[in-house]
Design a protein around this ligand. Structure first.
Ligand SMILES: NC(=O)c1ccc[n+]([C@@H]2O[C@H](COP(=O)([O-])OP(=O)(O)OC[C@H]3O[C@@H](n4cnc5c(N)ncnc54)[C@H](OP(=O)(O)O)[C@@H]3O)[C@@H](O)[C@H]2O)c1
Length: 241
């Protein structure tokens, strides 16, 4: 989408962090925004700061809530699925509810929202879809039960959709950020390489949304290191038993 002016974009996961910063940037570019997440007050406050934005609260884990929000949003030109949940967790500390919760927001929630949008885009022969994955989706990383697997599933979904929808008029892309300073990473106690402010990360996302390119990984060189790690042989990575 080279020009956002006058386009209606549904941002799911717009209330805080990266989504909020993307909303601010797209607003400056003249887009009309539908802002969704659970926190109605945060969405209303953001909408009041923007030029053309409407708050449409939803819970992506609830199919009826998603369907109702899609009805309220009406026809849209583009969707960005950015809703995300993260709890650092080692396999030894398995918390069944938290693991299912992460999967339900990060992956199954995307399926619920896409189910409301994709058929209309395909029928119209136009539409633009951005899925926010994570560099953590490329290889199973330690202490990432629930999060890493759900992001890997989202990346795989994006790959399939992109292949199926080639030349259909519907563009699908995946954007995989590294560490961004938000309430999600505030839970991490380790040093995060190339930690970005949400505004900087939003700049990468909006520039990716302008392009038909399928995949955007950032920031470099951290994203290169993660992709290189993906190429290492199993005998080196999964040593021991
Ligand atoms: N921070 C990072 O380092 C990092 C790195 C790579 C990828 N990402 C991804 O970037 C995206 C944004 O994350 P962030 O770091 O900006 O975290 P954040 O500030 O916590 O934002 C997450 C967004 O998802 C929404 N959300 C969570 N559960 C939801 C639910 N059940 N229904 C609807 N909306 C829900 C939140 O809104 P409510 O709480 O109001 O519902 C919020 O708007 C996520 O997909 C995350 O996985 C983040």
């Amino acid at each position: 989408m080279t020009d956002f002016a006058g386009k209606t974009i549904w941002l799911v996961g717009a209330s805080h962090g990266l989504g909020r910063a993307v909303a601010q940037k797209l607003d400056q570019e003249g887009a009309r925004l539908i802002l969704s997440a659970r926190s109605e007050n945060a969405l209303e406050e953001l909408a009041s700061e923007l030029t053309q934005a409407q708050a449409v609260p939803l819970d992506v884990t609830d199919a009826e809530s998603v369907a109702e929000a899609a009805r309220r949003a009406g026809p849209v030109d583009a969707l960005m699925y950015n809703a995300g949940a993260y709890e650092p967790m080692r396999t030894q500390d398995w918390d069944a509810d938290a693991v299912l919760g992460m999967s339900d927001v990060n992956f199954t929630g995307a399926l619920r929202v896409l189910g409301q949008i994709v058929p209309a885009f395909v029928k119209a022969g136009r539409g633009d879809i951005t899925l926010v994955g994570s560099l953590a989706g490329y290889r199973g990383l330690p202490a990432s039960i629930g999060y890493g697997a759900s992001k890997a599933a989202l990346i795989s979904l994006a790959e399939t959709m992109r292949l199926d929808l080639r030349d259909s008029g519907v563009t699908v892309r995946v954007v995989n950020p590294g560490f961004i300073k938000t309430r999600l990473t505030d839970k991490n106690s380790f040093k995060m390489p190339q930690l970005m402010e949400p505004e900087e990360a939003a700049g990468h996302v909006v520039s990716a949304m302008r392009s038909p390119r399928f995949r955007t990984d950032f920031p470099r060189p951290f994203s290169y290191a993660i992709r290189a790690f993906e190429l290492l042989p199993d005998w080196l990575v999964y040593r021991g038993k």
